[in-house]
Design a protein around this ligand. Structure first.
Ligand SMILES: [Zn+2]
Length: 295
């Protein structure tokens, strides 16, 4: 029964992100953990999942009605008013994009499939498994915790990184001299790196390869900021900072002042992040618009 979750498509061809379904399901799983009723009013989901989509989805606008409606065909989600809604939606809407106003005005509710809900209520370990699966297929590890916090779910154990990733990490750290590409931080404790990580520019789960031209070494803070879309890169690998970034003096110091600075280059002869990956990140992850560059 859990295989249904694994079969849900969260990426379209070409690596376009569609994290709506994962975010809605994580929200529903968190509600299940809090022992809330199975069926959740659309009005509540619209607000809560809308906020999750704004914070963790791509910048382009998306409606929570989309996952609310389409998860039905993945066999994990039920809308009891489905038949009644059929009268109010034309065929195209029924298949592709239901009108939000119709769903809202019908007072529609949605919830996990009843059998699944019963199984998951009885087996908290399976809830963890499904949540881990949804996180792993939709988001890079650096932001899993932020998402769990936002849906109100305790930390779930996600499968450790594969050894493939270890090789990518070592290569990227080496070609960037174990320094953050944004700020140059190069902390070590004894003989090991302290808070320096290898970031994929095009996320691995979106089809981004483990290649030198799809990686950059970043300190823990700038890795998180890059994966959340607070930072991005232009086609010349200059640093973009989202207008949505706010905070006090330390934020100025650690984020804002890098707007327009060039990414620190890798060792001579090694590639900078390729334009196609940088463009993917800008379209799918970066929170546009960017601030004006600092002179
Ligand atoms: Zn840094």
């Amino acid at each position: 029964m859990l295989a249904r979750f694994a079969a849900i498509r969260v990426w379209t061809r070409g690596g376009e992100r569609a994290p709506h379904k994962s975010l809605l399901l994580l929200y529903a799983l968190a509600a299940l953990q809090r022992r809330e009723p199975r069926l959740i009013p659309f009005a509540r989901l619209e607000e809560a999942v809308g906020k999750l989509l704004r914070d963790f989805g791509p910048s382009r606008s998306t409606s929570p009605a989309y996952p609310f409606w389409h998860l039905q065909s993945d066999g994990v989600w039920e809308i009891p008013q489905r038949e009644a809604l059929q009268h109010d939606l034309d065929i195209a809407e029924w298949r592709h994009n239901p009108r939000v106003s119709v769903i809202r005005e019908a007072g529609a509710q949605g919830g996990l499939d009843a059998q699944l809900f019963k199984l998951l209520r009885a087996r908290p370990d399976l809830v963890d498994q499904v949540a881990a699966q949804l996180l792993k297929t939709s988001f890079p590890p650096s932001i899993h915790e932020d998402i769990l916090d936002a849906v109100g779910m305790p930390w779930v154990p996600v499968t450790p990184i594969a050894s493939r990733d270890a090789a990518f990490r070592q290569t990227i750290l080496r070609i960037y001299r174990h320094q953050c590409g944004v700020c140059g931080y190069d902390g070590q404790l004894g003989s090991t790196d302290l808070g320096i990580e290898a970031a994929h520019v095009m996320w691995h789960m979106a089809g981004g390869p483990d290649s030198e031209d799809n990686g950059v070494a970043l300190c823990t803070l700038h890795h998180k900021a890059f994966d959340r879309g607070a930072l991005g890169l232009d086609d010349n690998c200059r640093i973009l900072v989202s207008e949505e970034v706010r905070g006090g003096q330390a934020v100025e110091e650690w984020l804002l002042r890098f707007a327009g600075s060039p990414l620190r280059p890798p060792l001579p002869g090694r590639p900078q992040p390729a334009t196609r990956f940088v463009r993917w990140h800008r379209k799918e992850v970066f929170r546009a618009p960017a601030r004006a560059p600092r002179l």
